[in-house]
Design a protein around this ligand. Structure first.
Ligand SMILES: NC(=O)c1ccc[n+]([C@@H]2O[C@H](COP(=O)([O-])OP(=O)(O)OC[C@H]3O[C@@H](n4cnc5c(N)ncnc54)[C@H](O)[C@@H]3O)[C@@H](O)[C@H]2O)c1
Ligand SMILES: O=C(O)C(=O)C[C@@H](O)[C@H](O)[C@H](O)COP(=O)(O)O
Length: 534
């Protein structure tokens, strides 16, 4: 189907496909991504009858179940709210049902019967597949039903991929350019990237609770007031907490001020903390949420590039102490992250550049596509439009994959700290007046020189990395003093048994953490980065 740019979405999207094609999972993701309601025809029948689907089948037979399906479909078509509807696998067997949704947007989730069988094997509750050979049954269903799905559906989408990717593709087919990532863990959450996510943001906040605290810096006050008004109009109680800007916000005094406000308002465990701002804001807001009442829901609305691609995703929350950056905090995943690109319109150019450091970091450690996209940016300029969105989506994907594997940084996650060991020390030396991305940029150059000094990477690799960072207008050297920096690095969180550990790349994508006790190599790498060693 060809969809014009900025096409207006239909108000109902039906999902059809074989059993276990992913209609419910994809439908729920799609509904959260669009801020719509999710309806499952089978659940509606269960609600009406008060029986489970297997019970309806065994007590009244398939014909009766199909009658109930038709009635449920008619009910759904009377609903006015925008919604995603998962159809039962056989709901379209009846020509009358096909006719009912003839004018609707219908997506066929195309899945190989073998894949459907593997998925169904792990689930129960599928009466049509009970019996001697469910695999053969699925093949038969595919032969009979696929032509129907193909005839009725307005969009065909391969559904072998991860559900969030299927949901993303459906959005694209319908003309909505939305990046959808899922961070897996004890509580999965979505990270959405797109323009105008207001409906989804509002839906998510309204569902999350009744008492809201919006944490924001001065620059985001108008947006905080706007959001607050929207929530209040829906009967929610909202307070705004404006924190000191930048790193000054990531302090014990600011955290305590937020706790005092929550206490004064008698906010309970069912309140919701929203971080609306850059990385400093989302770090602080996340930690307020992690600590208030031992943990309440948090929603992240990052407004800087750095916040979108890194800080708001992954659940690292915290504040700084006298001894260094992020020394106090918690791993506390949010409920949802919305990277609404409209916020970048007011972001100063210098902050966009700052964020590019964490974007290109994801290229060095994991995704060559990011390096390729960065290479296409004309020197001295910054990415905009589709390239910028593609970079944000790719960096978020890297972070989502890594964090889904290792939330608590017991292994793989350390790679996200590439460039940070020295970077954080430089930030502290500069009394946090140097943007985080600048510290990380210099830190990555240092790490590349160190890898070359230790024989892990070539000097060419260090040169190439330095050139790529410089091409983005980010700093590649630092005229600071080594002893101070070395002293701060002694408190780095990756250290073990008092020894420094560095994330080092031998080439793009080849990355590992190394214990480094060769002080001469460290000094030579520091010197190569412009640092005064003696
Ligand atoms: N938790 C993590 O995993 C993680 C990852 C990366 C970085 N961080 C942390 O994030 C912080 C850096 O984030 P940052 O670079 O976004 O800094 P920041 O939050 O200080 O924002 C930079 C500046 O931009 C302003 N700003 C933000 N959005 C704006 C907008 N849309 N329009 C106008 N002004 C806007 C802010 O008020 C601030 O002045 C550091 O503290 C860093 O340690 C955390
Ligand atoms: O998410 C992670 O893990 C990271 O290391 C991402 C970093 O880019 C980020 O700056 C993070 O705040 C650093 O955490 P820290 O553990 O070094 O304080």
């Amino acid at each position: 189907m060809i969809v014009p740019e900025n096409a207006v979405l239909p108000t109902r999207i039906f999902l059809c496909g074989l059993p276990a094609a992913g209609k419910t999972t994809v439908g729920q993701i799609l509904a959260r991504a669009l801020g719509w309601e999710f309806l499952d025809l089978d659940h509606l029948i269960e609600k009406t009858t008060g029986k489970s689907i297997p019970e309806v089948f065994s007590e009244s037979g398939e014909e009766h179940f199909r009658d109930l399906e038709t009635a449920a479909l008619q009910e759904v078509l009377r609903t006015e709210n925008p919604c995603i509807i998962a159809l039962g696998g056989g709901a379209l067997d009846r020509p009358a049902n096909q006719a009912l949704i003839a004018e609707q947007a219908v997506v066929h989730l195309k899945v190989d019967p073998k894949t459907a069988f593997e998925r169904a094997r792990h689930e129960g509750n599928r009466p049509l597949l009970n019996g001697t050979d469910p695999e053969v049954k699925l093949q038969e269903l595919a032969q009979r039903r696929n032509p129907i799905y193909q005839k009725v559906a307005t969009i065909q989408v391969p559904a072998e991929q991860a559900p969030e990717q299927v949901a993303q593709q459906i959005c694209r087919e319908l003309g909505k350019n939305l990046g959808i990532s899922l961070v897996r863990g004890q509580r999965d959450y979505l990270v959405l990237v797109g323009t105008d996510l207001q409906a989804a943001i509002l839906r998510s906040l309204l569902d999350a609770g009744d008492d809201h605290l919006i944490v924001h810096p001065a620059a985001l006050k108008p947006a905080a007031l706007e959001l607050s008004e929207l929530l209040e109009q829906q009967g929610k109680r909202v307070r705004c907490f404006q924190h000191a800007d930048g790193e000054a916000g990531k302090s014990l005094s600011q955290l305590a001020a937020a706790w005092d406000l929550l206490g004064a308002e008698a906010y309970g465990r069912d309140c919701v903390i929203t971080g609306l701002g850059g990385g400093a804001t989302t770090d602080l807001a996340g930690f307020i949420g992690a600590t208030w009442m031992r943990g309440v829901k948090t929603v992240m609305l990052p407004t800087s590039l750095l916040g979108m691609v890194d800080a708001a995703v992954g659940g690292k929350t915290g504040i700084n102490t006298e001894a260094g950056k992020n020394l106090v905090g918690a791993f506390y995943p949010p409920t949802a992250v919305f990277c609404d690109l409209k916020f970048l319109q007011t972001l100063p150019e210098a902050e966009l550049r700052n964020g590019m450091a964490e974007v290109i970091k994801c290229g060095f450690i994991r995704d060559p596509y990011i390096l390729q996209l960065c290479q296409g940016i004309a020197p001295g300029t910054l990415p905009t439009g589709e390239v910028l969105q593609a970079l944000i989506e790719a960096a978020v994907r890297v972070k989502a994959q890594v964090v889904s594997t290792d939330l608590f940084e017991s292994g793989l996650r350390e790679i996200l700290n590439y460039g940070h060991t020295l970077g954080h020390a430089i930030e502290k030396a500069e009394k946090y007046q140097l943007p985080h991305g600048h510290g990380v940029s210099i830190g990555m150059v240092f790490a590349a020189h160190l890898a070359a000094e230790l024989g892990i990477a070539t000097k060419e690799y260090a040169r190439d990395l330095t050139d790529r960072i410089a091409a983005l207008g980010l700093p590649t050297n630092y005229a600071g003093s080594w002893p101070d920096l070395r002293d701060t690095m002694a408190r780095d969180k990756k250290n073990r048994q008092g020894q420094l550990r560095f994330v080092l790349c031998s080439s793009p994508g080849q990355v590992q953490t190394y214990r480094v006790n060769d002080e001469d190599a460290l000094k030579r790498a520091a010197q190569a980065t412009g640092i005064t060693v003696s």
